[in-house]
Design a protein around this ligand. Structure first.
Ligand SMILES: NC(=O)c1ccc[n+]([C@@H]2O[C@H](COP(=O)([O-])OP(=O)(O)OC[C@H]3O[C@@H](n4cnc5c(N)ncnc54)[C@H](OP(=O)(O)O)[C@@H]3O)[C@@H](O)[C@H]2O)c1
Ligand SMILES: *[C@@H]1O[C@H](CO)[C@@H](O)[C@H](O)[C@H]1NC(C)=O
Ligand SMILES: *[C@@H]1O[C@H](CO)[C@@H](O)[C@H](O)[C@H]1NC(C)=O
Length: 381
């Protein structure tokens, strides 16, 4: 049996689901000769870690107790029975993560998994990767700060995976990487990478007003608590930046042209969420309706996409043929079209659910397993 130690940073929707997947996949993994050993879990304030990271692990009952506490909104530090674990707070938690990484990084390829939504994990991730750990991210932020941080994190590019940062569990990054590694140059990527905006844009085709569609999306739970966080396009821009950097582009967030679907006058600084939903949103209806109509007259539909092509990385509304993979999109699926030498006239198309705790966590788990196969090779060579 090969043992894979795992240390999880962030135990929200995705992190908890990852722990469930780990427990539910025990027999599947053991058939492959693999055992995942969770040795530590952190939230924003503290780290719970086993007394002796080289020999011990958190058992399944304890992992489920952690999930119950976190899903009821309690901090890790509220767990009463922590058995043979220790609790570290604040800065001590960070120091302990580094210490464990030093102990297990080179000898075992400890997987440090970032399922937080914080940019504060960057320094820890850079350090642990320098100590030989494998790094897996669902969190986009460490990859979308400065290019120097991106370079450092991806320096050992075979020791890091971040599939779930773009399109959740969909194999977007894996597909791009395979093309690049085979010498098939990528000419153009265009994608709808927001389930929320994909839903909104496709519903507009039926002639419904924008405000009504956004309200419905909010009601269905597709949007952030404040829909402006989706409508700003910033989340799509982060995904576009990760893809562009993957192609080797040395660009920053500022280099991406991002079209927000609301003007600054309706922004966070000017009105509350309630006012935006109540009176702000409907002010946008007329303009969007005109754009949808203009597109429709040409046999096109309007989509909110990221485009990466010819030194241009931009995010915003675009008219696309009705009869293209992106044009046919209905509902909240993500769609990515990749054009390369081999996929020139007929693109490689990846489509499916691009969000959700379950698919995102499944993508993270697949990354952990994938990396460890590699670690085996590295050790035996
Ligand atoms: N959900 C999806 O569909 C989806 C899809 C693709 C990617 N993602 C990405 O996956 C990540 C996790 O998403 P989520 O929905 O699970 O978020 P979430 O529910 O907000 O959970 C975030 C977790 O990270 C913890 N945390 C915050 N700062 C931390 C730090 N410095 N160190 C360690 N832990 C820290 C939080 O602690 P507290 O519990 O103490 O607040 C919380 O447990 C995000 O980056 C998100 O963008 C999500
Ligand atoms: C993801 O998990 C969080 C925390 O358990 C939960 O509040 C949220 O509803 C889940 N999201 C979905 C789409 O299931
Ligand atoms: C950090 O660890 C030191 C030494 O063990 C301890 O004295 C201190 O109280 C700890 N700090 C926190 C915030 O737990």
């Amino acid at each position: 049996m090969k043992t894979i130690p795992v240390l999880l940073l962030g135990c929200g929707g995705v992190g908890q689901q990852l722990l469930h997947h780990v427990v539910n996949c025990r027999s599947l993994h053991s058939k492959q000769g693999l055992v995942l050993r969770v040795i530590g879990v952190a939230d924003s304030r503290s780290l719970l870690v086993v007394d002796d990271a080289t020999t011990m692990e958190m058992d399944d009952a304890f992992l489920m107790a952690i999930c119950r506490a976190k899903s009821s909104g309690s901090p890790l530090s509220s767990l009463l029975d922590i058995g043979q674990c220790q609790l570290f707070k604040d800065f001590n938690a960070t120091i302990k993560v580094i210490a464990v990484a030093g102990l297990l990084g080179r000898s075992t390829g400890l997987a440090v998994v970032d399922c937080s939504a914080s940019s504060e994990t960057i320094d820890t991730l850079k350090q642990v990767s320098g100590l030989g750990c494998c790094v897996v991210l669902a969190n986009k932020k460490p990859l979308t700060c400065g290019i120097e941080d991106f370079d450092k994190l991806t320096l050992h590019y075979r020791g890091i995976r971040f599939e779930s940062t773009v399109g959740a569990g969909l194999p977007v990054i894996a597909s791009v990487t395979r093309l690049l590694m085979s010498g098939d140059p990528i000419l153009h990527i265009i994608g709808s990478l927001s389930g929320t905006l994909g839903y909104v844009m496709s519903e507009l085709e039926d002639g419904k007003p924008f405000s009504q569609v956004v309200q419905a999306a909010k009601y269905l739970g597709y949007t952030e608590p404040d829909p402006r966080d989706d409508l700003s396009g910033m989340d799509v821009a982060r995904k576009a930046l990760i893809l562009a950097r993957l192609l080797g582009w040395r660009i920053d967030m500022d280099d991406i042209k991002v079209e927000s679907l609301y003007p600054e006058e309706l922004g966070h600084g000017s009105m509350s969420t309630e006012d935006f939903l109540g009176s702000g949103l409907s002010q946008l209806d007329k303009n969007i309706e005109e754009r949808v109509k203009a597109a429709s007259l040409k046999g096109n539909v309007l989509r909110y996409v990221c485009v990466i092509e010819d030194h241009r990385c931009q995010v915003g509304l675009q008219e696309l043929p009705k009869n293209s993979p992106l044009g046919r999109l209905r509902g909240s699926d993500n769609v990515v079209e990749i054009y390369s030498r081999c996929y020139k006239s007929s693109p490689l198309v990846i489509q499916g659910a691009g969000a959700g705790n379950d698919t995102t966590a499944a993508g993270v788990l697949a990354d952990i397993i994938d990396l460890q196969d590699l670690f085996n090779c590295r050790n035996s060579s």
